[in-house]
Design a protein around this ligand. Structure first.
Ligand code: PEP
Ligand code: MN
Length: 235
């Protein structure tokens, strides 16, 4: 089971290192550690940027595996020495030049589904990476756009079932960006796991209210412990 957990974005040294210690206590290795945030509103927090590179290094020194979203080839080149996994966000599933570049590297790529992307387009995007030699791709179902707005997106359970029944892909689910509501994280995670998902990427913060981005959907450590118990982590 793959669990990637951590705050929406890297905020500062105290925040990320303290959180990493708490995750380590729970035997979580992969930590969300994005320095660049592709926000809908250009005035919203855009991430700590390259100033946070040393924090990724600190995380690695602690034995954590930082997962960092990259939006461009330049960012991928610069963060490469410090990350354990690259994340391609929903907005970049069609960024073929970036995908091709990540395909030349020797690190795992977490490829999120575009919020309006067909599963077959998603699989083709994966091929852009693997065709260049990098076979280490994890698919992430993060919710798609639909007509209702009671949840931020719609977690496509059918896509998870389809991929697990018909392909050999590793598939994880993102209950945070699909639901957009911290109260929905545990049942959504359980639904994804029941559908066959190999794990989760989930937003966790020691004090979600203070989170610089996506605070509404972020769970605290008590809820995270609950989640780990419900999905049978480490049992
Ligand atoms: C994220 O995981 O931080 C993120 C921005 O997700 P998405 O690309 O799915 O919106
Ligand atoms: Mn987020």
């Amino acid at each position: 089971m793959i669990i990637i957990a951590g705050s929406c974005s890297v905020e500062n040294e105290k925040q990320i290192i303290s959180l990493a210690e708490k995750l380590k206590e729970r035997k979580i290795e992969y930590i969300r550690a994005s320095l660049f945030k592709p926000r809908t509103d250009p005035k919203a927090y855009q991430g700590i940027g390259y100033n946070g590179l040393y924090l990724l290094e600190m995380l690695r020194d602690m034995g954590m595996k930082p997962v960092c979203e990259v939006l461009s080839i330049e960012q991928a080149e610069k963060v490469k020495p410090y990350v354990s996994m690259f994340q391609v966000g929903t907005r970049n599933m069609y960024n073929y030049e970036l995908l091709k570049f990540l395909g030349t590297l020797d690190k795992p790529v977490l490829l999120k589904r575009a919020f309006s992307g067909y599963v077959n387009e998603w699989l083709k995007s994966k091929e852009y990476i693997t065709q260049m030699g990098n076979e280490n791709v994890i698919l992430c179902e993060r919710g798609i756009r639909s007509f209702d707005n009671i949840t931020r997106n719609v977690l496509d359970i059918g896509a998870i079932i389809y991929l697990k029944q018909n392909t050999n892909n590793i598939v994880i689910a993102d209950p945070s960006h699909s639901m957009g509501n911290s109260d929905f994280i545990i049942p959504a995670s359980k639904a994804a796991m029941a559908a066959g998902a190999d794990g989760l990427i989930v937003e966790v913060h020691e004090n979600p209210k203070l989170s610089k981005s996506d605070n509404f959907q972020t769970i605290d450590l008590i809820q995270f412990d609950h989640l780990l118990e419900e999905i049978g982590w480490n049992k």
